[in-house]
Ligand binder design. Structure first.
Ligand code: GDP
Ligand code: MG
Length: 327
């Protein structure tokens, strides 16, 4: 552990012996208490054509009705809320578990890929992502800035691939190619229960090949790995991707336990059962192991790139104006 830390901190072999208990080990607890008081923020975006199970999957992930669909159902006639172009809509919830509060924002993109001409339909999504970076940046460079800047930046974009069994569509490639540099993209095979095991494996291999050929870098990115431990874990995740998932917000009794699943004529598909689908792998990565890393990569890589370009562009404009006023 100390070796890994030495590598990531660049502190090398710098170490001085202490002659008694100092209490440095309490730092962890101090950080934990502060973080708990502050609460956590996590922003998820879902993209994919209508009916691929986006709303159902976010409800399955957080075991609550957190999707836009669930929240709007009673308010309006569903026929009236089908958008004509791609819309970007966010909804926030605070969920709590064992004293840990999470402000979860789910951003839905209804209308994506639903039209005859889907040209540029990634544009409103890209604009939304950049708008959130812009908001954060203007708060950050404000003279009297807030103690804690509200974070609406998208930490992960779940991209739903239709379970056609063939391969990626041009729109899938186009979207991921445009977005992989600005946000953490996690592609998933939607409604995987509609594919046989064999079809699923073939489909996965084809998708992987297409992503490789198009030079798309999905999360977790290989080029960001710094230590061996992370590299091993992430290589295993990359091998399994794209996760073939099944979503359901209905629970059923199995061996006296309530489980989320889809009841069909030929049996129950349990969403968390590793033998049935890879929903649990996705959930583990997004929430249990990589939530903080998704936020860190957003802040340190994607937002940093945006910030660099924005501030550089501003500097150039300022310089130009300066020279003009001198002339
Ligand atoms: P959205 O338009 O992408 O948000 O899709 P919804 O979540 O509204 O789901 C559309 C329909 O597909 C609903 O009838 C869901 O019950 C169903 N559905 C959702 N997830 C799955 C899945 O994993 N497998 C199957 N077979 N159906 C699903
Ligand atoms: Mg929906």
């Amino acid at each position: 552990m100390s070796e890994a830390m030495a590598e990531t901190t660049n502190w090398g072999r710098l170490q001085t012996e202490v002659k008694g208990y100092v209490g440095i080990d309490t730092i962890q607890e101090q950080i934990r208490k502060k973080a708990l008081k502050r609460g956590f923020e996590f922003n998820v975006m879902v993209v994919g054509s209508s009916g691929l199970g986006k709303s159902t999957l976010v409800n399955t992930l957080f075991k609550a009705k957190v999707s836009r669909r669930s929240c709007m159902q009673s308010e309006k006639d569903p026929a009236l809320i089908i958008p004509k172009t791609v819309e970007v809509q966010s909804i926030s919830h605070v969920i709590e578990e064992n004293g840990v509060r999470l402000k979860l924002t789910v951003t839905d993109t209804p209308g994506f890929g639903d039209h005859i001409n889907n040209e540029n339909c990634w544009l409103p999504i890209l604009e939304y992502i950049n708008e959130q970076y812009e908001k954060y940046l203007s708060e950050e460079i404000n003279v009297s800035r807030k103690k804690q800047i509200p974070d609406s930046r998208v930490h992960v974009c779940l991209y739903f691939i239709a379970p056609t069994g063939h391969g990626l569509k041009p729109l899938d490639i186009e979207f991921m190619k445009r977005l992989d540099k600005v946000v953490n993209v996690v592609p998933i095979i939607a409604k995987a229960d509609t594919l046989t095991i064999e079809e699923r494996e073939h489909f996965k291999a084809r998708i992987k090949q297409a992503l490789n050929e198009a030079d798309i870098s999905t999360y977790p990115m290989k080029e960001l790995e710094t230590d061996e431990e992370d590299d091993n874990i992430n290589t295993r995740i990359r091998d399994q991707m794209p996760f073939a998932v099944v979503g359901s917000d209905k629970s059923h009794q199995v061996d006296g336990k309530e489980v989320l699943g889809r009841l069909t004529n030929w049996g129950l598909i349990e969403v968390e059962n590793h033998n049935h689908c890879e929903f649990a792998n996705l959930r583990d990565m997004l929430i249990r192991t990589h939530l903080q890393d998704l936020k860190d990569v957003t802040h340190c890589i994607h937002y940093e790139n945006f910030r660099f370009e924005r501030l550089n562009a501003r500097k150039k404009i300022d310089k130009g104006e300066d020279q003009e006023s001198r002339c």
